[in-house]
Design a protein around this ligand. Structure first.
Ligand code: FE2
Length: 233
Protein backbone atom coordinates (compact mmCIF):
# COMPACT_ATOMS: atom_id res chain seq x y z
CA UNK A 1 0.00 0.00 0.00
CA UNK A 2 2.73 2.49 0.89
CA UNK A 3 4.15 2.30 -2.64
CA UNK A 4 0.86 3.38 -4.23
CA UNK A 5 0.73 6.82 -5.76
CA UNK A 6 -1.96 8.90 -4.08
CA UNK A 7 -3.59 12.07 -5.37
CA UNK A 8 -3.22 15.48 -3.83
CA UNK A 9 -6.42 17.32 -3.06
CA UNK A 10 -7.37 20.25 -5.31
CA UNK A 11 -5.65 23.49 -4.31
CA UNK A 12 -7.89 26.40 -3.23
CA UNK A 13 -9.15 28.60 -6.06
CA UNK A 14 -9.01 25.96 -8.77
CA UNK A 15 -12.68 24.93 -8.64
CA UNK A 16 -16.00 26.51 -7.74
CA UNK A 17 -17.17 26.55 -4.13
CA UNK A 18 -20.01 24.19 -3.27
CA UNK A 19 -22.17 27.18 -2.39
CA UNK A 20 -22.53 30.01 -4.92
CA UNK A 21 -25.90 31.68 -4.24
CA UNK A 22 -26.18 33.28 -7.70
CA UNK A 23 -26.27 29.70 -9.04
CA UNK A 24 -29.57 28.97 -7.36
CA UNK A 25 -29.49 25.18 -7.13
CA UNK A 26 -26.23 25.24 -5.15
CA UNK A 27 -28.17 26.71 -2.21
CA UNK A 28 -30.11 23.50 -1.72
CA UNK A 29 -27.37 21.03 -2.64
CA UNK A 30 -24.26 22.51 -1.03
CA UNK A 31 -23.11 20.56 2.06
CA UNK A 32 -24.23 22.24 5.28
CA UNK A 33 -21.73 20.33 7.43
CA UNK A 34 -17.94 20.21 7.20
CA UNK A 35 -16.74 17.57 4.75
CA UNK A 36 -15.44 14.26 6.06
CA UNK A 37 -12.13 13.40 4.43
CA UNK A 38 -11.78 9.76 3.49
CA UNK A 39 -8.37 8.10 3.26
CA UNK A 40 -7.39 6.97 -0.22
CA UNK A 41 -7.35 3.23 -0.64
CA UNK A 42 -6.85 0.80 -3.48
CA UNK A 43 -10.32 1.48 -4.87
CA UNK A 44 -9.71 5.21 -5.36
CA UNK A 45 -6.35 4.61 -7.02
CA UNK A 46 -6.93 1.57 -9.20
CA UNK A 47 -10.62 1.51 -10.15
CA UNK A 48 -12.92 1.59 -11.98
CA UNK A 49 -12.21 -0.42 -15.08
CA UNK A 50 -14.59 -0.06 -18.01
CA UNK A 51 -15.00 -1.75 -21.35
CA UNK A 52 -12.74 0.14 -23.76
CA UNK A 53 -13.48 -2.35 -26.48
CA UNK A 54 -17.01 -1.00 -26.79
CA UNK A 55 -15.86 2.46 -27.88
CA UNK A 56 -15.71 2.68 -31.67
CA UNK A 57 -14.14 5.39 -33.83
CA UNK A 58 -17.54 6.50 -35.14
CA UNK A 59 -18.71 7.32 -31.61
CA UNK A 60 -16.65 10.53 -31.81
CA UNK A 61 -18.57 11.96 -34.78
CA UNK A 62 -21.82 13.51 -33.56
CA UNK A 63 -22.76 14.57 -37.08
CA UNK A 64 -23.12 11.04 -38.43
CA UNK A 65 -25.53 9.34 -36.08
CA UNK A 66 -28.54 9.58 -38.39
CA UNK A 67 -29.42 9.36 -42.07
CA UNK A 68 -29.02 13.09 -42.69
CA UNK A 69 -26.63 15.76 -41.50
CA UNK A 70 -27.58 17.95 -38.54
CA UNK A 71 -28.22 21.65 -39.05
CA UNK A 72 -25.72 24.13 -37.70
CA UNK A 73 -22.10 25.16 -37.90
CA UNK A 74 -19.87 22.09 -38.08
CA UNK A 75 -17.00 22.11 -35.58
CA UNK A 76 -14.00 19.98 -34.61
CA UNK A 77 -13.14 19.89 -30.94
CA UNK A 78 -9.65 18.57 -30.28
CA UNK A 79 -7.25 18.60 -27.37
CA UNK A 80 -4.94 16.77 -25.08
CA UNK A 81 -5.63 15.30 -21.67
CA UNK A 82 -2.79 15.76 -19.20
CA UNK A 83 -2.00 15.01 -15.60
CA UNK A 84 -0.84 17.60 -13.09
CA UNK A 85 2.72 17.41 -14.41
CA UNK A 86 1.72 17.96 -18.06
CA UNK A 87 2.17 14.32 -19.03
CA UNK A 88 -0.22 12.75 -21.50
CA UNK A 89 -3.04 10.66 -20.07
CA UNK A 90 -3.75 7.96 -22.65
CA UNK A 91 -6.74 5.66 -22.80
CA UNK A 92 -9.05 8.06 -20.99
CA UNK A 93 -12.74 7.73 -21.76
CA UNK A 94 -14.22 11.12 -22.76
CA UNK A 95 -17.97 11.43 -23.05
CA UNK A 96 -19.67 14.60 -24.33
CA UNK A 97 -23.25 15.81 -24.50
CA UNK A 98 -24.66 19.05 -25.81
CA UNK A 99 -27.67 20.94 -27.13
CA UNK A 100 -28.31 21.19 -30.86
CA UNK A 101 -27.70 24.32 -32.93
CA UNK A 102 -31.03 25.76 -31.77
CA UNK A 103 -30.14 25.30 -28.10
CA UNK A 104 -32.35 22.29 -27.44
CA UNK A 105 -31.38 19.00 -25.81
CA UNK A 106 -32.92 15.76 -26.95
CA UNK A 107 -34.16 15.05 -23.46
CA UNK A 108 -37.60 14.75 -21.96
CA UNK A 109 -36.88 17.43 -19.38
CA UNK A 110 -35.89 20.00 -21.98
CA UNK A 111 -39.14 21.59 -23.17
CA UNK A 112 -37.53 24.85 -24.29
CA UNK A 113 -39.40 26.36 -27.24
CA UNK A 114 -36.78 25.57 -29.87
CA UNK A 115 -36.81 22.84 -32.54
CA UNK A 116 -35.33 19.40 -32.14
CA UNK A 117 -33.11 18.25 -35.00
CA UNK A 118 -34.02 14.76 -36.22
CA UNK A 119 -30.40 14.33 -37.33
CA UNK A 120 -28.76 15.27 -34.07
CA UNK A 121 -28.74 13.38 -30.79
CA UNK A 122 -25.95 15.35 -29.11
CA UNK A 123 -23.91 12.61 -27.45
CA UNK A 124 -20.50 11.15 -28.26
CA UNK A 125 -17.51 9.44 -26.72
CA UNK A 126 -13.93 8.58 -27.49
CA UNK A 127 -10.66 7.44 -25.91
CA UNK A 128 -7.48 9.49 -25.77
CA UNK A 129 -4.64 8.07 -27.83
CA UNK A 130 -1.11 7.24 -26.66
CA UNK A 131 -0.24 10.95 -26.58
CA UNK A 132 -3.37 11.94 -24.70
CA UNK A 133 -5.09 13.43 -27.76
CA UNK A 134 -8.81 13.27 -28.56
CA UNK A 135 -10.99 14.63 -31.37
CA UNK A 136 -14.73 15.11 -31.80
CA UNK A 137 -16.75 16.22 -34.82
CA UNK A 138 -19.95 18.05 -33.90
CA UNK A 139 -22.00 21.16 -34.54
CA UNK A 140 -21.77 24.34 -32.53
CA UNK A 141 -24.42 24.23 -29.80
CA UNK A 142 -26.84 27.11 -29.34
CA UNK A 143 -27.43 29.14 -26.18
CA UNK A 144 -30.51 28.19 -24.22
CA UNK A 145 -32.61 29.81 -21.48
CA UNK A 146 -32.82 28.47 -17.96
CA UNK A 147 -34.80 29.62 -14.97
CA UNK A 148 -32.00 30.44 -12.56
CA UNK A 149 -32.88 34.15 -12.57
CA UNK A 150 -34.88 36.51 -14.86
CA UNK A 151 -33.72 36.41 -18.48
CA UNK A 152 -31.06 33.78 -17.74
CA UNK A 153 -29.33 32.18 -20.75
CA UNK A 154 -26.55 29.63 -20.69
CA UNK A 155 -23.60 30.44 -22.94
CA UNK A 156 -23.01 27.83 -25.64
CA UNK A 157 -21.23 24.87 -24.06
CA UNK A 158 -20.39 21.21 -24.41
CA UNK A 159 -20.54 18.97 -21.34
CA UNK A 160 -17.48 16.77 -20.82
CA UNK A 161 -17.04 13.73 -18.59
CA UNK A 162 -13.63 12.09 -18.28
CA UNK A 163 -12.74 8.80 -16.69
CA UNK A 164 -9.06 8.36 -16.05
CA UNK A 165 -7.82 5.12 -14.59
CA UNK A 166 -9.24 5.80 -11.14
CA UNK A 167 -12.16 7.51 -9.39
CA UNK A 168 -9.80 10.26 -8.31
CA UNK A 169 -9.27 11.19 -11.96
CA UNK A 170 -12.96 11.53 -12.80
CA UNK A 171 -13.76 14.98 -14.14
CA UNK A 172 -17.06 16.52 -15.22
CA UNK A 173 -16.85 19.98 -16.71
CA UNK A 174 -18.20 22.26 -19.44
CA UNK A 175 -16.33 23.62 -22.45
CA UNK A 176 -17.21 27.13 -23.62
CA UNK A 177 -16.49 29.08 -26.78
CA UNK A 178 -14.15 32.09 -26.94
CA UNK A 179 -15.71 35.54 -27.06
CA UNK A 180 -19.19 34.44 -25.99
CA UNK A 181 -20.96 37.55 -24.61
CA UNK A 182 -23.09 35.38 -22.31
CA UNK A 183 -20.09 34.22 -20.25
CA UNK A 184 -20.08 37.47 -18.25
CA UNK A 185 -23.65 36.81 -17.08
CA UNK A 186 -23.43 33.08 -16.39
CA UNK A 187 -23.38 32.09 -12.69
CA UNK A 188 -22.14 28.58 -13.46
CA UNK A 189 -19.11 29.91 -15.32
CA UNK A 190 -18.56 32.68 -12.78
CA UNK A 191 -18.86 30.34 -9.79
CA UNK A 192 -15.33 29.24 -10.65
CA UNK A 193 -12.70 31.70 -9.39
CA UNK A 194 -11.17 34.10 -11.92
CA UNK A 195 -7.88 32.72 -13.17
CA UNK A 196 -9.31 29.19 -13.25
CA UNK A 197 -12.62 29.74 -15.12
CA UNK A 198 -10.75 30.75 -18.28
CA UNK A 199 -9.43 27.17 -18.52
CA UNK A 200 -12.96 26.09 -19.47
CA UNK A 201 -12.95 28.30 -22.59
CA UNK A 202 -11.75 26.61 -25.76
CA UNK A 203 -9.48 28.40 -28.21
CA UNK A 204 -10.33 28.91 -31.85
CA UNK A 205 -7.52 27.26 -33.83
CA UNK A 206 -7.14 27.92 -37.52
CA UNK A 207 -4.62 25.08 -37.79
CA UNK A 208 -7.32 22.63 -36.68
CA UNK A 209 -9.91 24.17 -38.97
CA UNK A 210 -10.54 22.06 -42.06
CA UNK A 211 -11.09 24.05 -45.28
CA UNK A 212 -14.59 23.74 -46.69
CA UNK A 213 -15.58 21.54 -43.79
CA UNK A 214 -15.45 22.66 -40.15
CA UNK A 215 -14.09 25.22 -37.68
CA UNK A 216 -11.51 23.93 -35.22
CA UNK A 217 -11.50 24.54 -31.46
CA UNK A 218 -8.79 23.42 -29.08
CA UNK A 219 -9.66 22.33 -25.56
CA UNK A 220 -6.86 20.87 -23.44
CA UNK A 221 -7.82 19.27 -20.15
CA UNK A 222 -5.72 18.94 -17.01
CA UNK A 223 -7.06 16.35 -14.62
CA UNK A 224 -5.53 17.50 -11.35
CA UNK A 225 -3.17 19.93 -9.70
CA UNK A 226 -2.64 23.68 -9.75
CA UNK A 227 -3.64 24.05 -13.41
CA UNK A 228 -6.56 21.63 -13.23
CA UNK A 229 -9.54 22.17 -15.49
CA UNK A 230 -12.34 23.25 -13.14
CA UNK A 231 -14.70 20.48 -12.17
CA UNK A 232 -18.45 20.55 -11.54
CA UNK A 233 -19.84 19.50 -8.19
FE1 FE2 B 1 -26.03 22.19 -20.71
Amino acid sequence: MSALKTYRRPPPGSHSDYLYPDYASTVSRAPSQPLVLLPQTLSEITGPVFGHERVSASDADLTRKHDGEPLGERILVCGRVMDEDGRAVPNTLIEVWQANAAGRYRHQRDQHDAPLDPNFTGTGRTLTDDNGFYRFVSIRPGAYPWRNHPNAWRPAHIHFSLFGNAFATRLVTQMYFPGDPLLAFDPIYNSVPAGARERMVSAFDLSLTEPEHALGFRFDIVLRGRDATPMEH
